[in-house]
Design a protein around this ligand. Structure first.
Ligand code: UD1
Length: 364
């Protein structure tokens, strides 16, 4: 069989690396082509991740670049169609919830090509999040839905997805974490930082950074926390342009976006993480690091239910209260969700290779 595996943006790269690895032993009988949409293109948002994770050069790069969400999604669809027509894959595999995910899933499906979605079934129930629209649309048209936890299975069943399409396999991003964590811990921390003596901040959701008022509230809370602990803040490009005019506490250290290994090492040795990211909620749970998620909701509730994540919203009082509580030593250990054991990608490839070969394809 022939597979097109799609990646486009920073959080996708950790998810595809173990899938590429798991296909490798089957290379004599099956072909995998890696498609990079070019949604993320800067060295520190893309190339550095390929290098850190040993991902081979993409076979195809659509080079779509940035744009408004509809524009970017449409450009990916237009660029991906000829790739599908030329390669005529049996399956297109998409991961996560970025614009590249939905764009390639929709293109493939409209050409009669089967679609597998890795990290299916997550729901924030917040339609103002571009990722929630991407998740809903991708899941609605996918033929195979690979989930990271049983809550996601339940979401899909409640939406009427047939049980035989859903496979609870675990978390490929955690496969990568487990494979890389010892290398990451060996890297030096940025100058002057000692393990357990600093916090990490990431902030890039449009809902938090696009509105100056909302950003001011969140940064006000972080300034107060910095009175007690230094904060390392790798600044996402979306956020960078919006920070002008804000006065940050001198103990908040802004740095450029970091590549995978140094960032994982930084989080793994921190006292706590403050974030609005999706993936970091999961990574901190596995690392046992307290995580305060500055969003009103999460599509990853299992990290709050059994992990180290607390949903604090964007009320500065609540953010400060929870941070002080952690700094006062009130932390919970949490436990690791089922099947986040480093073998999710193997399970995915087993299921894919077990599928019947499709004899008719509209694009063929
Ligand atoms: C995207 C994803 C989001 C993910 C995030 C991780 C969607 C809907 N959103 O959001 O789910 O959490 O990536 O980073 O797909 N830029 C660069 N270099 C790059 C890429 C972007 O400088 O390589 C700048 C551009 O100015 C761009 C802005 O960052 O306009 C935002 O990038 P974009 O891909 O539109 O969205 P993200 O906020 O990164």
């Amino acid at each position: 069989m022939k597979f097109l595996l799609v990646a486009g943006a920073r959080p996708n790269f950790m998810k595809i690396a173990p899938i590429m690895d798991a296909f490798r032993p089957h290379g004599d009988r099956h072909q995998v082509f890696l498609v990079h949409t070019g949604q993320h293109y800067s060295r520190n948002m893309s190339d550095d991740f390929f290098r850190d994770l040993g991902i081979p050069e993409p076979d195809i790069n659509l080079e779509v670049g940035s744009g408004s969400h509809p524009e970017q999604t449409a450009r990916i669809m237009i660029a991906f169609e000829p790739v599908c027509l030329e390669h005529r894959p049996d399956w297109v595999i998409v991961v996560g919830d970025v614009n590249s995910t939905v764009a390639c899933a929709l293109t493939a499906k409209k050409l009669g090509i089967r679609v597998a979605h890795v990290e299916a079934g997550l729901r924030s129930r917040d339609m103002s999040m571009p990722e929630e629209i991407n998740r809903l649309c991708t899941d609605a048209i996918s033929d195979l839905l690979f989930t990271t936890d049983t809550m996601a299975d339940e979401n899909l069943r409640n939406e009427g997805v047939a049980g035989e399409k859903i496979h609870f396999v675990g978390n490929t991003m955690i496969d990568t974490l487990r494979q890389q964590i010892s290398r990451a811990r060996q890297l030096p921390l940025p100058d002057g930082l000692a393990p357990g003596q600093y916090a990490v901040l990431t902030l890039h959701r449009p809902a938090n950074v696009d509105s100056p008022d909302r950003l001011a509230l969140v940064l006000g809370a972080i300034n107060a926390i910095a009175d007690r602990i230094p904060v390392v803040f790798p600044v996402h490009p979306r956020t960078a342009s919006r920070l002008n005019g804000f006065e940050l506490h001198p103990r908040i250290r802004t740095v450029a976006p970091m590549s995978y290994l140094p960032f994982l090492g930084l989080v793994a040795q921190s006292r706590m993480v403050l974030t609005d990211s999706g993936g970091i909620q999961e990574e901190s749970t596995v690392l046992g690091i307290p995580c305060l998620t500055m969003r009103p909701n999460t599509e990853r509730p299992i990290t709050c239910e059994i992990g180290t994540n607390v949903l604090v919203g964007t009320d500065p009082q609540r953010i400060m209260q929870e941070a002080h509580s952690i700094l006062d030593g009130h932390t919970r250990t949490g436990s690791i969700p089922e099947k986040w054991d480093g073998r999710a990608a193997e399970r995915i490839v087993d299921v894919l290779l077990d599928q019947p070969v499709q004899t008719s394809c509209r694009c063929a």
